[in-house]
Ligand binder design. Structure first.
Ligand code: ADP
Ligand code: MG
Length: 230
C-alpha cells in the first residue's frame, strides 16, 4: 500500500481572549491509500479541529500535512483550494445541501466549482447517476433536500463528496444526526464504498460499534492520537 497522507508533529492552538488554548499537541500519522480510519475520543478533545486541518479548512500552528508528498500548507492559497476541491471529499454531521437545488444538482455542485468542461461533463453526470443508484437515492434525483429524509439527505451529501473521486473522504460524525438504524445503514454504505472502490476514509465517530468496522481505530486523548486497534 502507498502512503497517501503523512502528518508530522502537528500542533494547533487557538488564541482566545482567555489566552492560548492548546488543542492538538503533536500529532503524527500516516494514512495508507485504501484505509478506513476511525477517530474516537471524548467531546471537545480536538477531533473536528484535526479533521479540519487534514482537509485544509484550517491551518496548523506548527507541523505539516503531506498529501501524496505535497506539503499542503506550503502551497499558495489558490493552489491549496484547488487541491481541496479536487482531491478531498467532506461529509459533516449536518449535510449542508443547498435547499434550492435538487439532489442531482447538489451532487454535481463540486463539478461546477471545479469547472470541468466538455466531454468530462457527461462522464461526471453518468457517475452522479451511478452513485445515486449505489446509494439508493436515484428515485429522489429531482427532489430538493427539504423533500428528503435525514438518511437520504446524508446519502446525497456522501455522493457529493465522492463525485470527483477524491483521494480521501473526511467524515465528521456522519451519523451523528441520524437515528441508530439510519446511521447503521449509512455507515454500511461507506464501508461498501471503501471495500469496492478503495476510497480512503478518515471518520470521526462517537459510535464504537461503527468504528469497529473500520480498518483501524485511533483514539484522541489530550491532543494526541493513540492506536486503539490496527
Ligand atoms: P471535538 O470535535 O473533539 O469535540 P473540537 O475540535 O471541536 O472537539 O474542539 C476542541 C477544542 O477546541 C474545544 O475546547 C473547543 O472549544 C476549542 N475550539 C474549537 N474551535 C475553536 C475556535 N475556532 N476558537 C477557539 N476555540 C476553539
Ligand atoms: Mg467535533
Amino acid at each position: 500500500m502507498k502512503t497517501l497522507i503523512k502528518v508530522n508533529n502537528l500542533k494547533k492552538s487557538f488564541f482566545t481572549q482567555a489566552g492560548e488554548l492548546r488543542v492538538l499537541k503533536g500529532i503524527d500519522l500516516s494514512v495508507q491509500s485504501g484505509e478506513m480510519i476511525a477517530i474516537v475520543g471524548a467531546s471537545g478533545v480536538g477531533k473536528s479541529t484535526f479533521l479540519h486541518i487534514l482537509g485544509t479548512l484550517d491551518r496548523p500552528t506548527e507541523g505539516n500535512v503531506l498529501l501524496d508528498d505535497i506539503d499542503l500548507f506550503s502551497l499558495p492559497e489558490r493552489e491549496l483550494s484547488k487541491v481541496r476541491n479536487r482531491h478531498i471529499g467532506f461529509v459533516f454531521q449536518f449535510h449542508y445541501l443547498l435547499p434550492e437545488f435538487t439532489a442531482l444538482e447538489n451532487i454535481l455542485m463540486p463539478v461546477i466549482i471545479y469547472r470541468n468542461q466538455g466531454s468530462e461533463i457527461e462522464t461526471l453526470y453518468n457517475r452522479a447517476i451511478s452513485l445515486m443508484k449505489e446509494l439508493d437515492i436515484y428515485e429522489r434525483k429531482d427532489h430538493r433536500p427539504g423533500e428528503l429524509s435525514g438518511g437520504e439527505q446524508q446519502r446525497v451529501a456522501v455522493a457529493r463528496a465522492l463525485i470527483l473521486e477524491p483521494k480521501i473522504v473526511l467524515a465528521d460524525e456522519p451519523t451523528g444526526n441520524l437515528d441508530t438504524v439510519t446511521g447503521e445503514e449509512l455507515f454500511k454504505l461507506l464501508v461498501n464504498i471503501n471495500r469496492n472502490k478503495g476510497t480512503t476514509f478518515v471518520i470521526v465517530t462517537h459510535n464504537i460499534s461503527l468504528a469497529q468496522r473500520c480498518t483501524r481505530i485511533l483514539r484522541m486523548i489530550d491532543g494526541r492520537l493513540f492506536e486503539e486497534r490496527s
